[in-house]
Design a protein around this ligand. Structure first.
Ligand SMILES: [Zn+2]
Length: 262
C-alpha cells in the first residue's frame, strides 16, 4: 500500500521549503527510473546545499556511509538532480553543453527530473561503497519499488547520472557503484553467488565477491577460492593473486580492469 505523502518512513525527514530547489508535483509524469548519484562530499553538505536557493539543486534522498538515509523531497514531487534542457531536438546539460544521453527512457522535450527519483550518496566516486551504505541504498530501492511499482533493470529503470550527462557527469555515480550486485539482490538474490560465498566460508576462505579478482573468477567460472588474495611482484611491479580451484587469477596493482589467469 503506497504512502499518501511519498515520504519514506525509515528516512530522516529534512524537507526543503523553498521553491527554487524543487517543484511540487511531477507535471503529470509518472516515475520511470531511479537515478543514482555520488555526492563528492560528506553527508552534512547535502541539506545545506539543497536548502540554498542559489544552487537550484536537490535530490529526493541521500544515503550516508553509516547507512543514514535523509529525504528532502517527497517522491511525488520533482527534485532538481539530473535536469536536461531540450533545445531544437537535442539535449543540453545545465551548462548548456550538448550531451548524448545513454538512457533510452527520455521523453523528448520533457525534463527528466519530472519522471525520475534521485538518490545521492555520501563520499567520492573513487571510494568503495561501505556495506552499511550499500544495504541502506538497497532497502530504499525496495521501498521505492513498493511505492511506484517499478521493476528494476540496469540501464532502464535503475540508472546513473552519467546516463544523462556523459560530458560533465561521467563519474556520477562512477565505477564503484555496485549496480550488478543491486540488481541481483533486488531481483531475489543470486543463488549461485550465495552458494559460492557459503562454500568459501565453509573451507575458511571468506570471499569478497566485489573484488576484481573474485569478479573475474566468477565470470569465468573458475570454481571456488582456495586462498585469500596475496601480494607478489614481477620485475619489481606489485601484483595481487588468488588461487581458485581452476586457476590462479592475478592482476597488476592499479590495473584492476585487466585481471589475468594462469
Ligand atoms: Zn549526479
Amino acid at each position: 500500500m503506497p504512502t499518501a505523502d511519498g515520504l519514506c518512513p525509515f528516512a530522516t525527514q529534512r524537507p526543503i521549503t523553498n521553491s527554487e530547489n524543487f517543484e511540487t508535483g511531477r507535471s503529470g509524469q509518472r516515475v520511470k527510473a531511479v537515478v543514482l548519484h555520488i555526492g563528492e562530499g560528506p553527508l552534512t553538505a547535502f541539506f545545506p546545499t539543497f536548502s540554498n536557493p542559489a544552487r537550484k539543486a536537490s535530490a529526493h534522498f541521500t544515503v550516508g556511509k553509516q547507512g543514514e538515509i535523509e529525504q528532502y523531497v517527497s517522491i511525488h514531487d520533482t527534485a532538481y538532480a539530473n535536469g536536461l534542457r531540450w533545445d531544437n531536438g537535442m539535449w543540453r546539460n545545465p551548462r548548456g553543453i550538448q550531451v548524448t544521453p545513454a538512457w533510452q527512457g527520455l521523453i523528448p522535450a520533457i525534463n527528466p527530473n519530472y519522471y525520475t527519483i534521485s538518490i545521492e550518496h555520501e563520499g567520492f566516486f573513487g571510494e568503495a561503497w561501505t556495506e552499511p551504505m550499500y544495504l541502506a541504498n538497497l532497502k530504499l530501492l525496495q521501498w521505492i519499488r513498493d511505492e511506484t511499482g517499478l521493476s528494476y533493470a540496469r540501464g532502464e529503470t535503475l540508472i546513473g547520472h552519467n546516463d544523462f550527462d556523459n560530458i560533465d557527469r561521467p563519474n556520477c555515480p562512477g565505477p564503484n557503484a555496485p549496480f550488478d550486485r543491486m540488481i541481483a539482490d533486488l531481483n531475489g538474490g543470486d543463488a549461485r553467488r550465495a552458494a559460492l560465498i557459503a562454500g568459501a566460508n565453509k573451507i575458511g576462505v571468506p570471499l569478497n565477491d566485489q573484488s576484481a579478482l573474485a569478479k573475474y573468477a566468477l565470470q569465468n567460472r573458475l570454481g571456488i577460492p582456495l586462498t585469500d588474495e596475496f601480494p607478489f611482484t614481477v620485475g619489481g611491479m606489485p601484483y595481487i593473486g588468488q588461487v581458485w580451484s581452476q586457476a590462479v587469477v592475478y592482476v597488476k596493482v592499479g590495473d584492476f580492469g585487466n585481471v589475468q589467469r594462469t
